[in-house]
Design a protein around this ligand. Structure first.
Ligand code: SF4
Ligand code: SF4
Length: 281
């Protein structure tokens, strides 16, 4: 199993599973039926014992609640991270209005995540069929993700854990270790296929050859151009302090009340120089 095989598997899934297009019964309106959500993936592979995974447990990075690949899967040897860029239809639609998420973007956020969850399960299944063990942490019962402040969870040992805007498996940080890009001021990961898209990953005992060339600086791909600062409808991003997660989450809550069961914004990911490529410096 190597990255070319994973790429082919993902492309095949996106083309033929039906999860990468908006079905009539889930479409917000007729125009959304058949909308393609994602384009071809970008992949990166790291060894499961790469020291940067452990570094993510440090205070000021993710924290001690981040679970190592080995903790998700004893005997893990490889971590495969993938980035699925949003299709041009999704990105273009979200550039049109400065304040409201486009219906295409709402589908990308919600039906797009459903697609990634199914794709992750599909990749795990393929690895199991090849005789390896595998898990996709973000669809495991143990996965914890917190999009608010000071929320209390119980960890594996039943010990209360208070989290704010964090998770025990951050796809963006995992993608960073797997060499997919570096962070931007808006806190997205800027990959060679841009920042507008979604991440997923699989941990496996399969010895997949690592290919991760890790950015030499955490913000290497960000030009600090300030376009995401200007695009944010609620002033949640500043050049000096980066992203204010509380202001962003409050705005996402507003969109949830308006568009439930969907929500989203993404104005810091569309209509910006890093939308679909690494911006020129
Ligand atoms: S819009 Fe500019 S400042 Fe914001 S993340 Fe992209 S490159 Fe960085
Ligand atoms: S998602 Fe929207 S509200 Fe949140 S930081 Fe980006 S532009 Fe601002």
């Amino acid at each position: 199993m190597d990255t070319r095989r994973f790429s082919a598997l993902i492309d095949g899934f996106l083309l033929s599973s039906g999860w990468n297009t908006v079905a009539a019964e889930r479409a917000i309106d007729e125009e959304m039926i058949g909308l393609r959500i994602f384009d071809s993936p970008l992949l990166g592979v790291a060894t499961a014992d790469h020291p940067l995974f452990r570094a993510l447990r440090g205070d000021g990075v993710i924290g001690p609640h981040f679970l190592l690949p080995e903790e998700w899967l004893p005997g893990a040897r490889s971590v495969i991270s993938f980035f699925l860029p949003f299709s041009e239809s999704v990105r273009r639609a979200n550039r049109a209005d400065r304040n409201e998420p486009a219906p295409e973007w709402l589908h990308g956020r919600i039906e797009g995540q459903r697609c990634i969850d199914r794709l992750s399960a599909f990749l795990v299944e393929q690895l199991l069929q090849d005789g390896h063990s595998a898990v996709a942490p973000s669809i495991e019962d143990r996965f914890i993700s917190c999009a608010t402040t000071n929320t209390v969870f119980l960890d594996d040992d039943g010990v209360p854990l208070q989290l704010s805007f964090s998770s025990n498996w951050s796809e963006r940080h995992v993608a960073y270790v797997c060499g997919l890009g570096s962070f931007g001021l808006s806190k997205g990961l800027i990959t060679p296929k841009g920042v507008a898209g979604r991440f997923g990953s699989v941990v496996t005992t399969a010895p997949v050859p690592p290919d991760n060339v890790i950015a030499s600086a955490v913000y290497e791909n960000c030009t600090m151009c300030g376009a995401c600062v200007r695009n944010c409808p609620v002033g949640a991003i500043t050049i000096e302090k980066g992203k204010n997660h509380i202001l962003c989450a409050e705005f996402l809550d507003l969109t949830k009340r308006k568009y439930q069961p969907r929500y989203g914004c993404g104005k810091c990911q569309t209509g910006v120089p890093c939308e679909h490529a690494i911006p020129a410096k």
